[in-house]
Design a protein around this ligand. Sequence first.
Ligand SMILES: *Cc1c(COP(=O)(O)O)cnc(C)c1O
Length: 351
Amino acid sequence: MPLTLHVDAARWRDHVRRYVDQSTGNDGVVVVPVTKGNGYGFGNAVLATESQKLGVPTLAVGTYSEVTDVATAFTGDILVLSPWRPWYDDVDGEARIVHTVSRLDDLHELAAAGSPRPRVVVEIRTSIRRHGIPPAQLQEAASALADVQFEGFALHLPLAGDHLSEARDLAAAAFDTRPDDDGRQLWVSHLAPTAASALATEFSADVRLRVATALWLGERSALRPRATVLDVHRVRRGETFGYRQRRARRDGTLLVIDGGTAHGIALEAPTPATTVRQRAVALAKGGLESAGRALSPFRVAGRQRWFAEPPHMQCSMIWLPGDVEPPAIGAEIDLDVRLTTTTFDRIRWDD
Ligand SMILES: *Cc1c(COP(=O)(O)O)cnc(C)c1O
């Protein structure tokens, strides 16, 4: 079997459903599932299908190129999180697409697009400082909104700390520029549902909670990445192996396993390590890598095993010491991987 994400379907769907129900149980809160990139291990099309089943009004994607991944399975509105820029001039007209606008110039340009008026969420710059119109320009932005279909303001908040007061200050500044609006909408990320509900009450707004990790990966024990052993080769001390013809220093076994760089195996995102201990762990791993050894994500007999050499495109070669009984060809083994960087060949919905 290829590199497979086994999903305990009932448990996973139960968590997802409960997350949505509990969040929307808070007054004024609407859940907006987000899918992007590798679709959190599932793929964007699969999460579009799941979002459709949830009956949510809007699904968010990361980029304009991801719209086509979800547009068939999901029939509601599609919010694009990456801000619109003038070079995306072929995407304005679609009635289901809600654009994120993060600069005054872009807002003016979209406003000039004419009919049908593009649907626009105005992103306000937060302490993340990624994208967004600075609060000082909100008044000017408000005057340009007449020529678009205004769908609310957006706040992308940091993961660290509690940012309810930042959200409150920015929302107040934003809604002050639109005193006469009915049906106010505030799109937020990384706020607890209860905090979102507090904002909804305070500003008489619908708060749209954009969420991915806590929703799709919140019940991690229902998700089990597994890979299949494709080949098993006994190797004697002194024999060579691999593209690099490294020489075995002891007797052992080479396992050839499904899953390589094409699946994102061993491609780590930079660590967000901030504590001394986390940095020490990252340094230790890097040190081993520079010595030509790297711990693989594959587990055999209860332990993570070393790569015999850097992973190939579609498979990996793993070194097993001679005293460890190798698994059989065709056996499935566990691997510890990040689900935001791994692309699986298939999903197996286990009941
Ligand atoms: C990716 C993304 C999200 C979802 O983030 P999670 O931390 O996975 O919930 C929310 N908002 C924005 C703007 C994003 O880019």
